[in-house]
Design a protein around this ligand. Structure first.
Ligand SMILES: C[C@H](CCC(=O)NCCS(=O)(=O)O)[C@H]1CC[C@H]2[C@@H]3[C@H](O)C[C@@H]4C[C@H](O)CC[C@]4(C)[C@H]3C[C@H](O)[C@]12C
Length: 324
């Protein structure tokens, strides 16, 4: 399971949890403006917006899971297994392979509005990256400081949905996730009023009772409702530290602890990493399962006019700050 979320204070923040039972070998990867993207079906793109995000690098190609570009646009891919269906190449459209969808959008679009225009021309294909890295069944969230959308490629074609909550998890499809939020419309961050029945006295005996009924399990639909409630009720200061801290608290509401979600005998899904990008400043903050100290890579501290990928391995060892 995975969860992506957006959050706005003075700046706009975009990030995700990557939940899985193993890691592909992930690195914070900066693609500078002059790295040549050799797109599989279209022409090579050798000058584009710079990108920073989490990727598995295969043969010098950045296979991004989530990223932002220097214009403040963010995009993340989350599992959509069983529902994702990709098209065959179609000569009348711009064919984009599923594994290059994030770099394709982020290299060319400065906003969600640009992305919507480009998506109208795109045919998303199931072309695999290689035999070893076959096609992944995903759906995507694309967001900037003004709006978010969800992109799903299913049996009847490519669907683009406005995403008014700015969150995404996994199955079921996005429209169903949004519909299921109706079940939680009576939840509140405030203490509840007694509307149970006339003539029966009921009292609030604990703080937090306004959200009784918010699901606590790790299913995708439950994480969708929980993170939507947390994000939409979130309050924080506007400073960078307060915003980043609050963002990690939002995604912390759907953190997956080893042992609670068994995917096969003795194998457990965990939150491998959690990311938070300041889309205005081009900073990629992250924590990992064993390192809750926030680490960061700032794209603007690099030469963004270069041609080679810039790679930072994840810091996975925790430094405990002993005070005595
Ligand atoms: C496994 C990841 C998704 C995690 C997730 O959504 N978990 C939920 C599990 S479940 O639904 O609840 O079962 C996805 C997100 C991005 C994916 C990667 C990116 O799409 C980039 C390439 C794409 C290649 O086709 C396959 C390897 C790969 C390197 C992908 C491996 C894997 O499918 C990743 C890492």
């Amino acid at each position: 399971m995975c969860t992506a979320a957006t959050y706005k204070t003075k700046d706009f923040y975009f990030g995700r949890t990557l939940d899985y039972e193993f890691s592909y070998g992930d690195e914070i990867t900066i693609t500078p403006r002059n790295y040549a993207f050799d797109f599989r079906h279209t022409s090579t793109c050798s000058s584009h917006y710079a990108i920073i995000g989490m990727a598995h690098i295969a043969g010098n190609y950045p296979l991004y899971y989530d990223a932002i570009n220097e214009k403040g646009l963010g995009m993340a891919g989350l599992n959509f297994v069983g529902n994702a269906v990709y098209a065959e190449p179609d000569d009348s459209k711009e064919n984009v392979a599923q594994f290059e969808f994030i770099p394709y959008i982020l290299s060319k679009c400065a906003s969600v509005s640009d992305a919507k225009n480009l998506l109208a021309k795109i045919n998303l294909t199931g072309t695999p990256f290689s035999d070893k890295l076959p096609t992944a069944g995903l759906h995507w969230i694309i967001a900037d400081k003004n709006e978010s959308i969800t992109v799903e490629s299913v049996a009847d074609g490519l669907h683009i949905y406005d995403n008014p909550v700015g969150v995404l998890t996994n199955n079921p499809p996005f429209e169903t996730q949004m519909f299921l939020l109706n079940n939680y419309m009576s939840l509140s961050a405030k203490q509840p009023q007694n509307t149970f029945a006339n003539g029966l006295t009921l009292n609030s005996y604990s703080r937090g009772m306004g959200a009784i009924g918010l699901p606590g399990d790790l299913s995708s639909a439950s994480r969708f409702a929980r993170v939507a409630f947390t994000k939409m009720n979130s309050i924080s200061g506007e400073s960078e530290n307060e915003s980043v801290s609050q963002f990690f608290h939002i995604l912390g509401s759907v953190d997956q602890q080893r042992g609670c979600c068994e995917v096969s005998e003795g194998k457990y899904e965990i939150t491998i990493y959690t990311s938070c990008c300041n889309t205005a400043k081009g900073i990629y903050y992250y924590t990992t399962y064993n390192n809750h100290q926030i680490s960061a890579v700032d794209m603007h501290r690099e030469n963004l006019d270069g041609t080679e990928l810039i790679r930072y391995p994840l810091i996975t060892e925790q430094q405990i700050n002993f005070q005595n």
